[in-house]
Design a protein around this ligand. Structure first.
Ligand code: ADP
Ligand code: MG
Length: 231
């Protein structure tokens, strides 16, 4: 009797391994012990065993998404100081963070000068997408450097292929009115904008540079000091 019970245990472990439920196979002994000591029902024991496998699978998938995303920083929306950036529409950003814009393949454009948080907000939305599992492309810093030869048409093809299918976040320092001049070919730029903006949230961020905050404070302290001495 005991022999056959042991064999059945080995068989069950082998089944789990064959089905590549390795974490469940690993936990089997422990869960069976728990089920005996806690007098669990068969349903409860099976549920606990499979829960272990589901959680491990979810963690692996998440880690894979994390690697694939290659986000440059661990930023989340909680790190973004809205009070420090009056140029940003907090309501819009919080709405974007629900990721509803992914459902209808809408795009997001962050347009503004350097240091206003365009990359940070894109990364935070990217992080939310990694957590939730949906697909999203982020094209950061379009416009600082001239596009290489054929760059505009390659970019157009990316935008065109994703058009109405999947969302893209794009950050740029180039105002929409200036795209034609900035991306070489005015026709390509117009066609690209046409598709990008058809369904899009455009967040123009026209506020102070966060990067230069320290410098500005220094400058203001200096000025205050000088004024104090003069008066
Ligand atoms: P941009 O892409 O617009 O040039 P970044 O997103 O790279 O600006 O922001 C520049 C730096 O300032 C980053 O280190 C970023 O984390 C920080 N930063 C910008 N805006 C904020 C903000 N509102 N709250 C906290 N940190 C900010
Ligand atoms: Mg940036």
């Amino acid at each position: 009797m005991q022999m056959s019970e042991a064999r059945r245990y080995q068989q069950l472990r082998a089944h789990l391994s064959y089905l590549k439920l390795n974490d469940a196979a690993e936990a089997l002994n422990r869960v069976l012990d728990q089920s005996r000591t806690e007098r669990m029902s068969l349903t409860a024991a099976l549920e606990r065993l499979l829960e272990i496998e589901v959680e491990a699978t979810e963690a692996r998938k998440r880690a894979a998404r994390e690697r694939f995303a290659c986000l440059p920083e661990p930023w989340t929306l909680a790190d973004f100081d809205f009070a420090a950036q009056p140029g940003v529409d907090e309501k819009l950003i919080r709405d974007l963070a629900t990721l509803r814009f992914l459902d209808d393949a809408s795009n997001v454009l962050f347009v503004g000068p350097p240091g206003v948080g365009k990359t940070m907000l894109s990364v935070a939305l990217g992080r939310a997408a990694v957590d939730a599992g949906p697909r999203l492309l982020i094209i950061d810093e379009l416009g600082y450097l001239p596009l290489p030869e054929d760059g505009a048409s390659a970019l157009f093809q990316v935008i065109n292929q994703r058009y109405l299918k999947s969302s893209t976040i794009l950050t740029t320092n180039v105002g929409i009115a200036d795209w034609a001049g900035a991306f070489g070919d005015a026709t390509v730029a117009a066609a690209m904008l046409d598709r990008l903006l058809h369904r899009a949230a455009v967040a123009g961020i026209d506020g102070p540079s966060y990067r230069l905050r320290g410098h500005r404070n220094q400058a203001e302290n200096l000025r205050a000091g000088v004024n104090a001495r003069v008066s």
